[in-house]
Write a protein of this length. Structure first.
Length: 247
């Protein structure tokens, strides 16, 4: 069985990494390439970059930024935001991304997941789900869809998604722990890997998430001190979490 993964997440807006609480009150926390490089040096298994304004602003992803990230990093990274068609995803991979993440566009037109998997392979397709009260929401959490998150991830897997990135809006940025009930329900509904997101505040929180999901997304717990990732890995080892040896 693959070892659990620690995946720092960098939300990007106006070319900067930002972070808020429950998707609101975004504050600047750094430069995306430099911060990503710091996480890579500290032992991150992968990175996720999400352009949180692309869908709301009706534009594509930041290809120039993706190319700069690819030139600097040696670890795999996923990019999401503004992917509305296969061509958008192909452009991101050509720029250097290893995987693409889709959210709002896939909820609006689920066939997009099928098309991406057929063209790129399931290993490159991550379906991101922003959930509140058990329901998937779109457009950076601002729009209700009426779709239960569990039902949506089942369909996404059937359509060829290779991973699910599940964010609890209520837990996001709070550092009060992951929504383990939601994460468990989603993980039980699919056989593909689930990345738990939203709420990491301590090594215990992360260990609890990795007891349910295959990977943990990390943001607020790290952004003010990227080197914290090194000590976090050590703490998780102490809690019995089997992680790969950092390079």
């Amino acid at each position: 069985m693959p070892l659990p993964r620690l995946i720092p997440c960098l939300d990007v807006a106006q070319g900067r990494v930002v972070k808020g609480v429950r998707f609101e009150g975004l504050r600047d926390v750094g430069e995306p390439v430099e911060l990503g490089a710091a996480y890579s040096a500290a032992g991150a298994d992968e990175l996720v970059y999400l352009d949180v304004k692309a869908t709301l602003e009706g534009r594509g992803a930041l290809l120039e930024l993706v190319a700069r990230i690819a030139d600097r990093l040696a670890i795999p990274f996923t990019v999401g935001g503004g992917v509305r068609a296969v061509a958008d995803a192909e452009a991101l991979l050509e720029a250097g991304a290893d995987k693409v993440s889709v959210n709002s566009a896939a909820l609006e037109r689920p066939q997009l997941v099928t098309e991406l998997a057929a063209r790129l392979g399931s290993q490159a397709v991550v379906v991101a789900v922003d959930a509140k009260d058990g329901y998937a929401r779109s457009r950076s959490g601002s729009s209700a869809t009426g779709r239960l998150a569990v039902d949506w991830v089942r369909e996404a897997e059937e359509r060829g998604a290779g991973e699910v990135l599940l964010t609890s809006i209520d837990a996001d940025g709070t550092r009060a722990g992951y929504d383990l009930e939601l994460t468990r329900a989603v993980a039980d509904a699919v056989s593909i890997p689930v990345i738990a997101s939203g709420g990491a505040g301590s090594a215990r929180d992360v260990a609890d998430a990795l007891d349910v999901a295959q990977a943990a997304l990390l943001a607020s717990i790290l952004h003010e001190n990227p080197a914290r990732l090194e000590s976090l890995r050590a703490e998780l080892h102490g809690l019995g979490v089997p992680l790969r040896d950092a390079a």
